[in-house]
Ligand binder design. Structure first.
Ligand code: 3HC
Ligand code: NAI
Length: 703
């Protein structure tokens, strides 16, 4: 049963019990209604408590049911809440841990609410491209006031129960429990008290009966609309959230509910919501590795060591310090250590200045950091992450040294972005303990972590680092060993296409603008300038030896020969004012490109925005299909996660593979065949990956 029923004295307790988060799926909804019926039919029961078993009150509607008949099957969530609200016996919501979305809406339908301190309260539907569809937009403004409610609904952010209890004149919580442990007991006592209070038939309090208004409604909503319009851009849900809240202030409760329902249904069928729901599940699915079950034991990670205090080493170390895990950093020279630690401190200080970090937290975090020049000081670390120069010889020295000193069972990780993790593992006598942990720059900010699984990486190592990733707030995706892993292998094809289009007639700014309009955070040329164009240059030089047939535009090499490495030299594809990041189209670059075209005998042509977007995105899709087929990625959705969290692909488009499914794989392949006919492009690359061709033939999708 997904909702349990028990009677404690005169109070019936209905506990939702649908692990992991008591999602309000069909069975749970039915269980609540059946429990309520039982309580109403039992004359010895005078009041009801609704709570959640396990680690949540409720995480809301069961998202897995969306789009299936079960989502709409009666009793649907609105019917459940209406039944609770109409109960003639008082119903108390006992809220702990998590009350989100439909879970909070259910609580809002109860007559009284008691919350444990620390409970996470939210209406996060907007993050799924939706709005609260079971009365949240109508009842929360009545409980909390229009402004705080609108903030919660439009942002979807989580607020701790005790913070909400401080909102002046709030009617969200009638009582704060002393602790989560005493919640149920206090809820039962409150229910009993309310039963006595209403024994004479006095009406039960219902949020729907409360007025809902704003003293300067026109001005406030006008201001809110402007703000939301600027912020929401390609996301349709936030403005509809506003419309629903306005309806709460202008319409009778039932009419407001109908408006909310209509807006919810409109959003449910948008591609943006489908994409965001895909991302929600994709992000969670990424942590699951097909052959690594939940029963695999984890290694304990209490101490971490980082080798190299450069750009990456410092950022990597900060992740662990932020999570309260002590870090020892090792370098070759004291100056390098001092420089690295100085950068980290400055980084924290900047956060303190902006009010994002308290000084005592800075001290606490830096207090967890120690430094050394001696490998012997690392031996007890449970995990060591190497972030030294990207040269196999240097990696070899480091891993051989680690193999000598590290205790048994210590995990040895490399942050290499291109080198073969199997080779690195072979420098040690314990390849089973070696794994790639590919952080993205800036490592303390970027949410993505590619976990590179070597041929011999042990399952418990993988399970441990996946769990650890969550602790340091990274979204981890497992990748197999290949040049570039998932993300950089795909981005190489994308950047190659960008170069071809510049050869053919587009300007760098035109390419960037088109793909940024599509939704990317940054176009390929701005990205190159940020990361450093010299990185791609080095890769192309290596490719020229390994794979001389690989075709590239010559403009990127010419750019580097001019010393235009990007923001760090104030000149790349764009010009930059010293210390500024705003890209200014460069006449010097335009001239270089024009000369290059002339030298190559190219007559430039106008390239449409659509072609730019299709060539860039479909290059990711085709390479992604190869990666999937080779088993470098476990699932198509893992590739989507990599692109959204590591490369600025618009989340509302769901990632390249989801987007391709949305466009239709048949159409994607048809476009590829067109591109293959372009003599300026790489016809071989545009041969659809066998997996892609097969999916088209079978009428299937990636996801
Ligand atoms: N429905 C179904 N499954 C859900 C769920 C939901 N609402 N919320 C979480 N889950 C599942 C996850 O998919 C995951 O499953 P898995 O173990 O099989 O991968 C599991 O619960 C645990 O999730 P997390 O890994 O995210 O666990 P955390 O402890 O880190 O976080 C949480 C828990 C805060 C509840 C977080 O999962 C969350 O934010 N969930 C989304 C809540 C949400 O968006 N609710 C609104 C739903 S829409 C709605 O209610 C519509 C209504 O207005 C009509
Ligand atoms: P960096 O040059 O900024 O830092 C490297 C540091 O390692 C230097 O401080 C150097 O003194 C130190 N070092 C060199 N040899 C050493 C040794 N034998 N023992 C101890 N320390 C040593 O380099 P960066 O950018 O931090 O890169 C480090 C690694 O991270 C490379 O493998 C790189 O490919 C990878 N990486 C880099 C990314 C980036 O954007 N910079 C992104 C992802 C991965």
């Amino acid at each position: 049963m997904t909702a349990e029923y028990k009677v404690q004295g005169e109070v019936a307790v209905i506990s939702m019990n649908n692990p992991p988060v008591n999602g309000l799926g069909y069975d749970t909804r039915l269980g609540i209604v059946q429990g309520l019926d039982k309580a109403l039919a039992d004359s010895s029961v005078r009041a009801v408590v609704i709570t959640g078993a396990g680690k949540a009150f409720s995480g809301g509607a069961d998202i897995r049911e969306f789009g299936t008949p079960k989502a709409l099957a009666e009793p649907n969530l609105r019917s459940v809440i209406a039944a609770v609200e109409a109960s003639e016996k008082p119903v108390v919501a006992a809220i702990h841990s998590v009350a989100m979305g439909g879970g909070l809406e259910l609580a809002l339908g109860c007559h009284y609410r008691i919350a444990a301190p620390g409970a996470q309260i939210a209406l996060p539907e907007v993050k799924l491209g939706l709005l609260p569809g079971a009365g949240g937009t109508q009842r929360l403004p009545r409980a909390l006031g229009v402004e705080p409610a609108l903030n919660m609904i439009v942002s979807g952010e989580t607020i701790k129960s005790e913070m909400l209890a401080w909102v002046p004149e709030q009617k969200l919580f009638d009582k704060m429990a002393k602790s989560a442990d005493s919640l149920l007991e206090e809820a039962v006592a409150l229910a009993g008290k309310m039963a006595a209070k209403h024994a004479d038939g006095a009406p039960l309090p219902r949020l729907r009966d409360l007025p809902c208004s704003h003293p300067q409604a026109d001005a406030y909503f006008g201001f809110a609309r402007n703000m939301i319009e600027n912020m929401a851009k390609n996301y349709p849900a936030p403005l509809k959230c506003l419309d629903a809240v306005i309806a709460a202030t202008q319409q009778k409760f039932d009419d407001g509910m109908a408006t909310e329902r209509r807006l919810f249904s409109e959003l449910m069928v948008t591609p943006e919501s489908a994409a965001l729901r895909h991302v929600f599940f994709a992000q969670r699915a990424a942590s699951k590795i097909p052959d690594v079950g939940k029963d695999v034991p984890l290694r304990e990670i209490r101490k971490v060591a980082v080798i190299g205090a450069g750009t990456m080493g410092g950022g990597i170390a900060m992740n662990f310090l932020n999570a309260g895990i002590p870090v020892t950093m090792l370098e070759v020279k004291q100056e390098a250590l001092d420089r690295g630690v100085g950068v980290m401190r400055k980084n924290y200080e900047a956060r303190v200045k902006k009010g994002r970090l308290k000084q005592d937290k800075l001290d606490e975090r830096m207090g967890l950091l120690s430094t050394t020049l001696d490998y012997a000081d690392l031996k007890d670390a449970d995990l060591v992450i190497e972030a030294v120069f990207e040269e196999m010889g240097v990696k070899e020295k480091v891993f051989k040294a680690l193999d000598e000193v590290m205790k048994d069972g210590s995990i040895l990780a490399s942050n290499t972005s291109t080198l073969d993790v199997n080779k690195i593992a072979a420098f040690t006598r314990r390849p089973q303990d070696v794994v790639g942990l590919h952080f993205f720059s800036p490592a303390n900010v970027m949410p993505l972590l590619e976990v590179v699984r070597g041929d011999k990486t042990a399952k418990d190592v993988l399970a441990t680092v996946m769990k650890l990733a969550k602790k340091i707030r990274k979204t981890a995706v497992v990748a197999g060993v290949c040049d570039g892993f998932i993300g950089n292998r795909m981005v190489e094809q994308y950047v190659r296409q960008a170069g071809f289009m510049v050869d053919e007639g587009a300007s760098p700014e035109q390419v960037d603008k088109a793909i940024e309009k599509f939704g990317f955070a940054m176009g390929p040329f701005r990205m190159g300038d940020l990361a450093g164009n010299d990185i791609g240059w080095a890769i192309r030089k290596r490719r020229a030896k390994e794979n001389p047939d690989m075709k590239y535009s010559g403009t990127a090499d010419l750019l580097c020969e001019m010393g235009r490495f990007g923001q760090k030299t104030n000149a790349g594809w764009y010009d930059y004012a010293p210390g500024k990041r705003k890209p200014i189209p460069s006449p010097v670059v335009a001239e270089m490109i024009e000369k290059y075209r002339k030298d190559q005998g190219i007559t430039p042509r106008k390239i449409s925005e659509r072609e730019i977007v299709e060539r860039l995105v479909y290059s990711l899709v085709n390479e992604g299909a190869h990666i999937l087929e080779e088993g470098i990625a476990n699932k198509a959705s893992d590739i989507d996660v990599v692109y959204i969290f590591g490369y600025g692909f618009p989340a509302w488009r769901g990632g390249p593979m989801h987007y391709a499914d949305h466009v239709g794989l048949f159409n994607v392949v048809a476009a590829m065949k067109r591109f293959a006919k372009n003599p300026m492009d790489d016809a071989r690359f545009w041969q659809p990956a066998p997996l892609l061709a097969r999916l088209v033939a079978e009428g299937k999708t990636f996801n």
